[in-house]
Design a protein around this ligand. Sequence first.
Ligand code: 5GP
Ligand code: MN
Length: 340
Amino acid sequence: MLNPDKIFELKRILQSPKKVVIIPHKNPDGDAIGSTLGLSQILKKLGHDVQIISPNDFPKFLKWMPEAKKIFNADFNPKGAEIGIAQADVLFMLDFNEPSRADQLEDLINNSSAYKVLIDHHQFPQEFDFTYSNTEMPATCEMVWHFAEAMNWTDLVDADIATCLYTGIITDTGNFKFASVKPSTLETAAQLIRHGAEPYKILDYLDTFSESRLKLLSRFLDNIQVFPEYRTALFTMSRDELLENGYQKGDTEGFVNYGLGLEDIVFSVFMADDTQKDMVKISFRSKGNFDCSEVAREHFNGGGHVNASGGRSDKSIEDTVKEFVNLLPNYAEKLENTTI
Ligand code: 5GP
Ligand code: MN
C-alpha cells in the first residue's frame, strides 16, 4: 500500500535531478513495458536522467509503444547495464516482486547503493526502501497511475504516457476480462483516456498478428490434451515446432488463455521449449479459487498470481509433461471443488 511518509521521503529525494534506472522483469510483457515506459516519461518531464534497463528483449508486438526503442537491452550490452545500474541514484523495479525475476540483473540490483523503489502486484514481495505492493491490483500500470496520483504527477501524464499505462492494463486484464478487474481499474482507464489514450488504436496495435503467430496458434490448439476428470487442459510446443513455424519472441503470448475457454475447464497449462536454452517455460492460468501459483511455486520454480502464474523446468518437455500429469491427482479435490 502507499505509505504517506514514504511518499514524502521519495518526493524529497526527487526534488533535485537524479540518475534513475527503471527495471522490468525478464521477458517483459505489456504491463512491464507499459509501466516502465509510462513512469520513465513522467520522470523525464521532472528533469531526471532516466534509463529503462530490461534484462532481455521484449516482443515485437509491443515495439510500437512510445519510446519503446529507447529501452536498453542488458542481453545485448551487459557491461552497459552494469555501469547504468551502478551509477543510479534511484532504482525503480516494476512488475516483479524480487530481484531474481530480473535474472542476470539480480546481483547488480542487490549490490546497488541506490534508493530502491518496488511497484508491483505479485505475491510475496521483497521489502525495499520504498515498497508499493498490492496483489489485488490487476496491473502494475494501474499502480503507476495511483502512485502518480500520490506524488501529484497526474498533470504530467500526456497522451504517450497514458497510452503506455493503458496498454499494460489491457494486456494484464485480457482487455478488462479477468476477475482481477476492479472499479478503480475502469476509473483509471477512463482517466487515461481523458489524458489521451486511444483504446481502439491500442487494441489494433496489440491484435495485429504476425503470420508466425497464427501458424503457431494453429499448432498450439492442435496439441491440446484435456484431462476432464481434473478439469485441466494442457498444451505443449517443442523447439522444433516453434522453429518450423518461424517463432519470434512474444508469438505465443496469451495462448494459454484459450484453455480456459473450454467448458468446465478451470486450469490451463502451456509448456513450451526455450528456443535457445535446454529449459521448458511453463504458463499457468486458472479460474476462480484454484490457485495456480501454488503449483508453479511448489513444483516448477515459479510463482505469480492466483489465476496467472509461470514457472520453468530443466527436464525435457516429455518428462515435464509426465511430472505434471503425475501431480494432477494431488490437486483433484481442489480442482473438483473450484468455484468461479
Ligand atoms: P506468463 O505465463 O504470462 O509468462 O506469466 C504469468 C504470470 O506469472 C506473470 O505475472 C509473471 O510475472 C508470472 N511469472 C511468469 N514466469 C514466472 C517465473 O518463472 N517465476 C515467477 N515467480 N513468476 C513468474
Ligand atoms: Mn503485471
